[in-house]
Write a protein of this length. Structure first.
Length: 305
């Protein structure tokens, strides 16, 4: 199916959010189409993996929107490169707001799909955003859990010192999410699977984008550490839920998080689909695992939207 891509903007907590709207052929003629909000991973942008899924789902007939998070990419917001979980969740709500203004979208048939940390944010938003009727999560990661596993008290102490320094006039500290190259990674002796593949996806021509410059405002880490994407899932996450993870486990923990989410979710209709032989980052852009994921998601959204 032919898809028309449009650069659009919507408002979220006082900021303009840059997005790509994917409109399937003839969607504006037939009206009342299902729609899906697609949410990118931490450190990512709308042109990368979430954009791949958004386009493929649009080819199946869904109106999709994918956007740069507040403070990142082409979206507004200061300080730049901040990762504020509460803002990320509000971005999703605001994307739903935008979809409800399109006369060819059925406001009762809106779903969400998130990848990696975006999956965690999608889940968290869906618990209280009841306009979201179906929840998909690929390589789902609870970003707060990941940060809490790496000496969080020491990191919070460093954030506190940096906030004091910046309050007294120091330059804002911007750090890297991951090494900027394989050479830098190898020099640091980093060989863990997910980290190696993260560098390969984000910092080589495979997936590199100018809107994802591998920069993180250091003082925003405190809000990440305190965030639990799955908090209250046992009570509030009741929508149909499709989780997809790769069977090859890495240190970023999406296999573990996917199973935890499945066990905790209150959803009566929920499914955990493990793609054997695929890693966390294979599900970002590798054709075979991505096509398997999209096939599963297509059936899920067809049944539930």
């Amino acid at each position: 199916m032919t898809v028309t891509k449009r650069n659009v903007k919507f408002h979220a907590h006082g900021l303009q959010i840059a997005a790509i709207l994917n409109v399937p052929e003839l969607a504006e003629d037939k009206k009342q189409n299902p729609a899906i909000v697609c949410v990118h991973p931490g450190s990512s942008c709308k042109e990368q993996t979430a954009g791949i899924y958004a386009e493929k789902l649009a080819e199946l007939g869904y109106v999709t929107i994918v956007f740069d998070a507040s403070y990142q990419g082409e979206s507004d917001g200061e300080p730049r490169y901040a990762e504020y979980p509460a803002s990320r969740v509000e971005d999703i709500r605001s994307a739903v707001d935008y979809l409800t203004t399109l006369d060819y979208v059925d406001e009762d048939r809106i779903g969400v799909l998130g990848i990696c940390a975006g999956g965690g944010y999608a889940v968290n938003a869906s618990m209280t955003e009841r306009r979201i009727k179906a929840v998909g999560a690929v390589s789902v990661a609870n970003i707060g859990r990941g940060y809490r596993e790496n000496d969080p008290i020491n990191m919070l102490e460093q954030v506190a010192l940096q906030r004091t320094a910046e309050a007294r006039g120091a330059e804002p500290l911007v750090v890297q999410w991951i090494p900027n190259s394989h050479a830098e990674r190898e020099e640091a002796g980093m060989t863990e699977l997910d980290l190696v593949q993260a560098v390969d996806y984000y910092r080589t021509p495979r997936g590199q984008s100018p809107n994802a410059p591998n920069k993180l405002k250091f003082t925003s880490v405190d809000s990440i550490i305190a965030f639990d994407a799955f908090h209250l899932a046992e009570t509030l996450l009741t929508q149909p839920l499709q989780i997809i993870v790769g069977g090859v486990q890495g240190a970023f923990g999406s296999y573990k998080d996917g199973h935890e989410l499945y066990n905790r979710a209150a959803s009566e209709k929920k499914d955990l689909f493990v793609i054997e032989g695929a890693s966390h980052y294979d599900l970002y852009d590798r054709p075979e695992p991505v096509n398997k994921a999209v096939e599963k998601l297509g059936a899920f959204y067809k049944e539930n939207l």
